[in-house]
Design a protein around this ligand. Structure first.
Ligand code: PMV
Length: 342
């Protein structure tokens, strides 16, 4: 009898599970200067979310039985075409660790995928941490952030908790995020008004490539340093009014770029406008300090301090086009839930 029946193959499984929060950008990442490395045209700033996260397990098949990577998201096994972006990211980890074996990935979001909360940010952050840990790669948070960026730009920011800035950098190593303030610095809330849960027609991955075709793109980028300075300072001094004015301006500038690119990207639905108009009315008529931002989709993120959360949620629920409301506070960076290096 082979001794391996009694003595387990000590390197047969390398598995780890990580959880990472999604994030909402206050100054957006839109457009790439290098599509292969995913280098952005500008810095961006976001808040990592505590209550919208992805939990991902990666198990590397060191025995070589698996011929292809296997990916299951929210209970559904992805076909090779849909799993391709994840397989490309696993390949980056294989290259770093100089291994060739395939992986089994199981990923679960605690929020609906088409909710307007970025599952690619939390998903690629959790995948990077779990995959690298299971391979025994000893990377710093900055290196993990740069690696996560290759999977999805916004994932680079989910490698840190609280308030985070992604430095555009000059090359693969220098384009990474860093924390600018911890989660408990300021109890801001991200309140998402879901006006359509339909899957978006154009992914942000393809959208980034179109930004350069808009005549407004470089104008937005030329003005962005001043907005980044304003947002850093508004966060440091916990000034919601200063923050709010700038985040609305940048979200609208990004959507102007989207709408005027070729082909044109129009993510808004009638409900998107209903929510934007309502937010401005609550602010002007009722002095409610709440501001909006919108990612690459129709749903609207409302940003306010926690004291106003209940009032904003109640008002949103009363709007006719709002189907669902999701709320999150600032959260931590990725957490390793278990790891087995047998
Ligand atoms: O990381 P991606 O490729 O999903 O792009 C994110 C794009 C926006 O959500 C619209 C903006 C941002 O900075 O998160």
């Amino acid at each position: 009898m082979s001794p391996s029946v009694f003595a387990p193959d000590r390197r047969s499984t390398q598995r780890a599970t990580a959880r990472a929060g999604s994030n909402i950008a206050f100054i957006k990442y839109w457009g790439v200067s290098d599509p292969v490395l995913n280098l952005p045209l500008s810095n961006s700033i976001s808040m990592t979310l505590a209550d919208a996260y992805t939990t991902t397990s990666v198990e590397w098949d060191t025995r070589g039985g698996l011929l292809n990577d296997e990916v299951t998201i929210d209970g559904t096994r992805l076909d090779p075409r849909r799993a391709e972006r994840i397989a490309r990211h696993l390949e980056r980890m294989r290259v770093l660790a100089s291994v060739s074996y395939r992986a089994r990935v199981v990923s679960q979001n605690n929020f609906p995928m088409a909710s307007g909360i970025a599952s690619s940010a939390s998903g690629f952050a959790a995948l990077t941490v779990a995959g690298c840990t299971a391979l025994g790669l000893d990377l710093t948070p900055t290196q993990l952030s740069a690696l996560a960026r290759r999977g999805s730009g916004s994932a680079s920011r989910s490698l840190f908790g609280g308030y985070v800035e992604w430095e555009k950098g000059r090359d693969d190593a220098s384009s990474a995020a860093r924390q600018i303030q911890p989660p408990d610095h300021w109890d801001l809330q991200d309140i998402v008004a879901i006006v359509s849960a339909a899957e978006k027609a154009v992914s942000s991955e393809s959208g980034h490539l179109l930004a350069v075709s808009s005549p407004f793109n470089m104008s937005r980028i030329d003005h962005i340093d001043a907005l980044l300075t304003e947002v850093r300072s508004a966060i440091a001094t916990r000034d919601i009014e200063r923050l709010g004015v700038v985040i609305e301006r940048d979200a609208l500038a990004m959507h102007a770029v989207m709408m005027t690119s070729t082909p044109s990207l129009l993510y808004w639905q009638p409900g998107t406008l209903e929510v934007m108009q309502a937010v401005r009315q609550w602010r002007e008529q009722d002095k409610l300090p709440v501001y909006f931002t919108i990612d690459a989709g129709p749903n609207v993120h409302l940003i306010c301090e926690s004291a106003y959360r209940a009032m904003v949620v109640d008002r949103l629920r009363a709007l006719k086009s709002v189907e669902q409301v999701l709320v999150s506070k600032p959260g931590p960076g990725p957490i390793l839930l278990d790891s087995h290096l047998f």
